[in-house]
Design a protein around this ligand. Sequence first.
Ligand SMILES: O=C(O)[C@H]1O[C@H](OP(=O)(O)OP(=O)(O)OC[C@H]2O[C@@H](n3ccc(=O)[nH]c3=O)[C@H](O)[C@@H]2O)[C@H](O)[C@@H](O)[C@@H]1O
Length: 423
Amino acid sequence: MDKSAYPYHGGRLRWHSSLAKLTFWSFVFIGIIFIFFYRSPSSVSRFHSDPSRRSLRTSSWGGPAWEKKVQTSARIRSRNGFSVLVTGAAGFVGTHVSAALKRRGDGVLGLDNFNDYYDPTLKRARQELLERSGVFIVEGDINDAALLKKLFQVVPFTHVMHLAAQAGVRYAMQNPSSYVHSNVAGFVSLLEVCKEATSQPAIVWASSSSVYGLNTKVPFSEKDKTDQPASLYAATKKAGEEIAHTYNHIYGLSLTGLRFFTVYGPWGRPDMAYFFFTKDILNGKSIPIFEGENHGTVARDFTYIDDIVKGCLGALDTAQKSTGSGGKKKGPAQLRVFNLGNTSPVPVTNLVTILERILKVKAKRNVMKLPRNGDVQFTHANISLAHRELGYKPTTDLQAGLKKFVRWYLNYYSAAGKKADAR
Ligand SMILES: O=C(O)[C@H]1O[C@H](OP(=O)(O)OP(=O)(O)OC[C@H]2O[C@@H](n3ccc(=O)[nH]c3=O)[C@H](O)[C@@H]2O)[C@H](O)[C@@H](O)[C@@H]1O
């Protein structure tokens, strides 16, 4: 074929080939950008974040300045001190435990995903508080294995205080997957990284009084069976205890589970009854007070935060070393579970009466039958094991503890002009 007879056709061919080249290079360029983003450590958590519990900021981590901050925060400043990774450090218990560890000279690094299960400004305020005492909180999720591995590369943690969790009994009916994500998958993700460490850390973690579920024998003892959880929350905490057993058995990780009993106090959680009762009483709003069948009492073994902190520190101090290394068990390791309660259950109606007295405001009580929402009718801890092994001895009764809580509440929400965005 005489190509010269078709000059236009030849031009179109050239045009086609340059279009093909352009398309090819565009793909290469987009591909490079994609690979860069996918491999960049700061993007990892974005890909792994849980859509059901939004983190309000995009997290970023990595780089020399970040590593230095991590190391400085985790540096031990006392003889025989620990280097502790505290997960859920911007949470209620996490903040108090981190501050206490730092005060006594342990190195502390926080990790928190700052999700919006409750008002994240409260979590940010707790973060500020910790920052002032030298505790850095890394923003990230316990499901982010790349981040956890990095943290263990930067700091050889001696201990992990694992408090990151999806808390709250009733919310489990609204957002069940968030419980599986944090309390089951997140826990496994953390244990996987811990077991791989050359020097495995000892792990102390938050279980819950809710594992006693529908048990009727009181007080609840660690020896009792825990096979009747009343909520998905309780079921995920119970699963955590079984998972702990497995990692202890296979990899030699030292694991201590603490069954917390309705912890309350300053910097507390706005989703908990004592907190939003305070807010609603002050706002003249009626409060739902649950009661059992035939006007049966609903009661909790409310435990003050400072007592819980002492229990947590006692558990860390008595935790034996893990025995494994690099994913291999070298010998049997410690496996423990303790109740951390107050041993004196208080009916919810009495809690309200105490609040009325402290606030000097009459509550608008709306007494109703305990809804089928996962709540159990009562909790009551036997703490003799924790007393014996950890030296645990709660000293704050509900009246004294609530006074301290209310003082903090009024100060926090009035001084800072913050709104009590409780639920
Ligand atoms: O002990 C525990 O392990 C658990 O303690 C609390 O759970 P809960 O005891 O249900 O604490 P609140 O939500 O503050 O409820 C306290 C009491 O107030 C009652 N309540 C709650 C809400 C309400 O509107 N009215 C009401 O009477 C509940 O039934 C319960 O008896 C925490 O929220 C859980 O995260 C924790 O794991």
